[in-house]
Design a binder for this molecule. Structure first.
Ligand SMILES: [Zn+2]
Length: 832
C-alpha cells in the first residue's frame, strides 16, 4: 500500500513537472508523425494536436468546443495565455465586456490585450490550419513573454467541412512526390471545391447574416469575448505573394482613426519580419472594409482591429506549385508566412495592450451618431425574422409606444414621418453595438471609393420588406412579449383559412403537403367570417381531405407549430369573392421538384437553394447532376430549377428541344440569373438581353491605361437596391405589395417579355435606385427591364428570375417569390 502510494505520488509529481514545462510539449511534426507542411493534415488531426497540447500544458491552454458543423465536425477555440491569465480568464472576459458597456459595472483591470486568430474560413485555403498548429507551438515555446499581458484565442478551423473536402480530395489525387506543373490534376479542384461549407456558402460573406450553423455558433462565443484584434487568415492566387494590413479603400465611415492607424502599425511590424526574410508582400490594395459580413469588417464594426491576411496559395497550390514567375511555392513556405504574420500580430498587441484597451472603450461611445433610432413597421412575420437576426448579434431593441416619428423615410427616400404602434420595432444606436446598428440599418452607405470588392447596399429595412424611418432622436420603447398563437379545433368547420404574406406561410404549406393534406389557394381576394383574405391565402377544406383521419388535429397542430393564425369558416359560401368550389380557388399540387447541380451551376446559388429547401422550407428536392441531364427523365418531375450558371454544354440544341417539349406538356422551369442566357435568342423562347448602345462602347476606347479599372466599373452593379413595380395579381407575386425592393448583384439585364406573357416584377422607364453603387453604363441598360416574369409555352411555363432572391440567403423579403413560383404559378399545368 505504502509502495503504491509513493509510486502514485512520484507519477503525479512527474506529470506535474511535465505539465509546467512548455519545452516538453510536442511540436506539430512530432505529434503528426510527418514534417509540418509535407502533408495536408485532416481536420481531426488538427483538433487532436490542440487537444494534445492542452493536455500537456493545461495551465496555459484551454479548449472550448463551441459547436458542430452540418457534417458533425467539432468547432472549437483554444485560449492561450500565461498561467495567471488563464486562471483569471473569466475575470478578464468580464472586464473587457464592462469596458465596452456591454456588461454593467466598472472593470477592475484593463491591461490585457485580447487577440483572436481565425484560420481556414475558406476550406481550400488550407495552409492556415497548419499554421495555426505551428503558431500555437511557437507561442508556448518561444513567445511566453507576450502571453504575460495577452490572451490569444485561436480558432484553428472555421470551416472544417470545407477543409476536409479539400484535403481528402487532395490526398486522393496528388502524385508522390507532388507535381509542380499547374496543369496537373492536383492543382485543379473539381466542382464545388473546398472553399465553401457543407451547403456551399461562403462563410466569409456570412458573418452578419449568420445563416449557417458555423457562423451562428461562432457569433455566440465571439460576442462573449469581443476581442481587440481579429485576424482572418486567407489565401489568394498563387502569383500574389502576401497581403496584410492596412486595408484598401473604401473604408466604412464609422472606422475610427485609431483603427486605421493601428492597422498601419501592425502592417509595419509584419514588414520588418518579411523584409528581413526577403518575402514579398503588398498592403492598401484590393481588400477594402465596407461590406459588413466579412471576417475583417464584422469585428471592425464590433470595435476590433479587424484584418484579412492573404497568403499565395489556395486550392491551386497543393504541396508545391510552379507559379507564373517561375518560383516554386510550397506549403512549407505558406505556413511560415502565416505563422510569422500571426506571431507578429500577437507581439504588437502585447506591446500596446493598455492602449488597445483605452481605444477599444472609446469605440463603444456612440453619442456622435446622427441617427439615434430606426423605427420599422410592417408584416409581423418580417419583424419577427429581423428580431431573430438582432438576437444573433446581441443587439437590443424594443417596441414603439405610439405617436408620430419623423426622420428619413425609407419608402420615399426623403424626410417624412410614420405613425407608430406597439407592433413597430425600434432599434437604437444608443447602445454599445450602436455602430453595428448604423452599419446594418442606415439607408445609404457612404462610399469613399466605388471600386469595392463586394455589394454596396444591404440596409436591413429593405431586405426585410419593412417600412422605416431613421430618426435623429431617441424613440422611447417598451418591451412586449408576443404570445404564441394557439388555434383550436372546429369539427363543424367547412375549412380553415390562412393568409399568405411570408415564407413562414410557405413553410406551413410545405408541412401540410408533406403530411398529404390537400390545400387550396385563392387567385382572387375573398371575404368570409368578417375577414378579408388576399390572393394567395390558403384554404384547407374538409371535403378535400375526407380520407384523412385526424384532419382537424393535423391542421391545427401544424398551424400552432408554425405560429400561423387559422380562421375557421363554417361555410364555403363567401361573403365576397369566390366560394371554396370556384375555379379561382385551386388545389395546390404536391410538386415534385428537380434541381440542377454540379459542373456548370454556380455552387453558391445551388448551395443557397439546397439550404433553402432542406433547412428553411423543409420540402424535398431532387438534385440532378448536370452530367446526367441528357439521360434525365423529366416526366418524373413537375418543376425543374436551373440555378445561376452557364449551361451552353447541356442546354445545346438537343437539350433545349428536350426541355421545351417537357414544358409544353405542362412542366415548369425556374431559371435564375445567368441561367437565363441559355434561353436568350433561342427558338421558342421569348427572353432577350438588354444591351447598351454601341455608341457608349465606342467612346470607351480612348481611356488612359491607368484609368482602366475605374472605367470598367461604369459597366458594373456591385450590389445595389432598386425599386421595382409589381403585378401582384399574378400568382408569382401573391403576398407582395405593388412595389418590391430588389437587390441587384449583376449588371445583366433582360428586356420585358412580349404581350401574351407576364412581367411580374420589372423596372420601368426611369428606375429608382434606392441604395448602393451602379455604374453609369449599367444603369442605362436597366430601363424597361425584367426582374421576375413568366412565359407560357404550351401548357407549361418558363419562370425567369433575373435577380437572385437567395443571394447569400439574407434578402428575406424575396424568398416568398420563390415559394410562389413553385406552388402557385401556372397551377393548371400540373393537374396531370
Ligand atoms: Zn479566402
Amino acid at each position: 500500500m505504502i509502495h503504491f502510494l509513493s509510486r502514485f505520488l512520484f507519477l503525479t509529481f512527474l506529470v506535474f513537472t511535465l505539465n509546467l514545462n512548455s519545452q516538453n510539449i510536442q511540436s506539430p511534426s512530432e505529434f503528426l508523425g510527418y514534417d509540418l507542411g509535407t502533408q495536408f493534415s485532416r481536420h481531426h488531426q488538427v483538433v487532436n494536436y490542440f487537444k494534445q497540447v492542452s493536455n500537456q500544458l493545461p495551465n496555459q491552454v484551454k479548449l472550448e468546443k463551441y459547436g458542430e458543423t452540418y457534417e458533425r465536425r467539432p468547432l472549437m477555440v483554444a485560449y492561450v495565455s500565461s498561467e495567471e491569465n488563464l486562471q483569471n480568464l473569466e475575470t478578464i472576459r468580464q472586464n473587457n465586456l464592462k469596458n465596452t458597456g456591454v456588461n454593467a459595472g466598472t472593470p477592475t483591470k484593463t491591461d490585457i490585450a485580447i487577440v483572436w486568430l481565425s484560420y481556414n474560413v475558406h476550406g481550400n485555403e488550407a495552409s492556415s490550419s497548419e499554421a495555426a498548429m505551428k503558431t500555437l507551438y511557437q507561442l508556448l515555446t518561444e513567445k511566453q513573454d507576450w502571453l504575460q499581458n495577452t490572451v490569444v484565442i485561436i480558432d484553428p478551423c472555421l470551416n472544417p467541412d470545407g477543409r476536409d473536402r479539400y484535403v481528402n480530395w487532395y490526398n486522393t489525387t496528388a502524385s508522390t512526390p507532388y507535381d509542380i506543373n499547374q496543369q496537373a490534376s492536383e492543382h485543379n479542384e473539381p466542382w464545388p471545391g473546398g472553399r465553401p461549407n457543407h451547403y456551399l456558402f461562403d462563410l466569409n460573406r456570412d458573418w452578419a447574416w449568420a445563416t449557417q450553423i458555423e457562423s451562428a455558433s461562432r457569433l455566440k462565443i465571439y460576442n462573449k469575448w469581443l476581442p481587440h484584434i481579429h485576424v482572418d487568415f486567407h489565401e489568394q492566387g498563387i502569383n500574389e505573394p502576401y497581403y496584410f494590413a492596412p486595408a484598401a479603400e473604401p473604408f466604412h465611415e464609422i472606422i475610427t482613426n485609431w483603427q486605421r492607424d493601428f492597422q498601419t502599425q501592425i502592417g509595419k511590424n509584419h514588414a520588418t519580419y518579411f523584409d528581413k526574410a526577403g518575402w514579398l508582400y503588398f498592403t492598401k490594395e484590393r481588400f477594402d472594409l465596407l461590406y459588413p459580413s466579412y471576417g475583417d469588417t464584422y469585428p471592425t464594426y464590433m470595435g476590433a482591429i479587424g484584418m484579412t491576411y492573404e497568403q499565395a496559395g489556395h486550392g491551386r497550390a497543393g504541396l508545391g506549385v510552379l507559379n507564373d514567375e517561375g518560383a516554386i511555392l510550397t506549403l512549407i513556405d505558406r505556413i511560415a508566412h502565416h505563422t510569422t504574420a500571426g506571431l507578429s500580430t500577437v507581439e504588437i498587441a502585447s506591446k500596446h495592450a493598455e492602449k488597445l484597451n483605452t481605444e477599444f472603450k472609446k469605440f463603444f461611445d456612440n453619442s456622435n451618431l446622427t441617427y439615434k433610432s430606426y423605427v420599422m413597421q410592417g408584416d409581423t412575420d418580417n419583424i419577427e425574422s429581423l428580431k431573430n437576426l438582432l438576437d444573433k448579434h446581441e443587439i437590443s431593441y424594443g417596441f414603439a409606444q405610439g405617436g408620430k416619428v419623423s426622420g428619413y423615410h425609407y419608402n420615399t427616400s426623403s424626410q417624412g414621418q410614420i405613425n407608430t404602434t406597439s407592433k413597430d420595432l425600434v432599434v437604437s444606436t444608443n447602445q454599445p453595438k450602436g455602430k453595428m446598428v448604423k452599419v446594418l440599418f442606415e439607408p445609404n452607405t457612404k462610399l469613399s471609393d466605388s471600386i469595392t470588392y463586394d455589394i454596396t447596399a444591404w440596409s436591413l429595412p429593405y431586405a426585410y420588406g419593412l417600412n422605416a424611418v431613421a430618426s435623429k432622436n431617441i424613440v422611447p420603447t417598451k418591451t412586449i412579449l408576443q404570445a404564441a398563437i394557439n388555434n383550436t379545433i372546429s369539427k363543424t368547420a367547412t375549412g380553415y383559412l390562412v393568409t399568405w404574406n411570408h415564407l413562414k406561410d410557405a413553410k406551413f404549406l410545405a408541412d401540410l403537403l408533406n403530411q398529404n393534406i390537400k390545400v387550396r389557394f385563392t387567385e382572387k381576394p375573398l371575404k368570409t367570417e368578417g375577414e378579408t383574405f388576399n390572393s394567395g391565402s390558403l384554404i384547407i377544406v374538409r371535403g378535400d381531405n375526407k380520407k384523412v383521419d385526424d384532419f382537424d388535429n393535423i391542421v391545427v397542430n401544424t398551424a400552432n407549430k408554425h405560429n400561423r393564425k387559422l380562421t375557421t369558416a363554417q361555410s364555403g359560401f363567401s361573403t365576397d369573392g369566390p366560394d371554396f368550389g370556384s375555379p379561382e380557388i385551386k388545389l395546390v399540387n404536391k410538386q415534385k421538384i428537380a434541381m440542377l447541380s454540379g459542373k456548370s451551376t454556380s455552387s453558391l446559388n445551388y448551395g443557397a437553394l439546397w439550404y433553402f429547401f432542406e433547412r428553411q422550407l423543409h420540402y424535398p428536392v431532387t438534385s440532378i447532376n448536370t452530367e446526367n441531364f441528357a439521360g434525365l427523365n423529366l416526366n418524373k418531375f413537375d418543376v425543374l430549377i436551373i440555378p445561376n450558371g452557364y449551361y451552353s454544354s447541356i442546354l445545346n440544341d438537343k437539350g433545349l428541344e428536350k426541355l421545351k417539349s417537357w414544358v409544353a406538356s405542362g412542366g415548369k422551369v425556374i431559371a435564375i440569373g445567368n441561367a437565363l442566357n441559355a434561353f436568350t435568342g433561342k427558338n421558342g423562347f421569348n427572353i432577350k438581353k438588354s444591351e447598351t448602345d454601341k455608341k457608349d462602347e465606342d467612346s470607351n476606347n480612348l481611356i488612359p491605361y491607368a484609368d482602366r479599372e475605374r472605367e470598367a466599373i461604369k459597366n458594373l452593379i456591385s450590389g445595389a437596391i432598386f425599386k421595382t413595380k409589381v403585378d401582384n395579381t399574378h400568382p408569382l407575386a401573391f403576398g407582395y405589395d405593388t412595389n418590391y425592393l430588389s437587390l441587384k448583384v449583376s449588371s445583366s439585364a433582360y428586356k420585358l417579355l412580349g404581350k401574351n406573357h407576364f412581367n411580374v416584377a420589372y423596372l420601368d422607364n426611369n428606375p429608382t435606385k434606392v441604395s448602393g453603387f451602379a455604374g453609369s453604363n449599367a444603369l442605362k441598360k436597366l430601363n424597361n427591364t425584367l426582374i421576375f416574369g413568366e412565359e407560357r409555352i404550351g401548357k407549361g411555363s418558363m419562370i425567369y428570375m433575373v435577380d437572385d432572391v437567395m443571394f447569400r440567403s439574407f434578402w428575406e423579403n424575396g424568398k416568398l417569390f420563390f415559394a410562389n413560383a413553385i406552388f402557385f404559378v401556372n397551377n393548371n399545368a400540373v393537374e396531370l
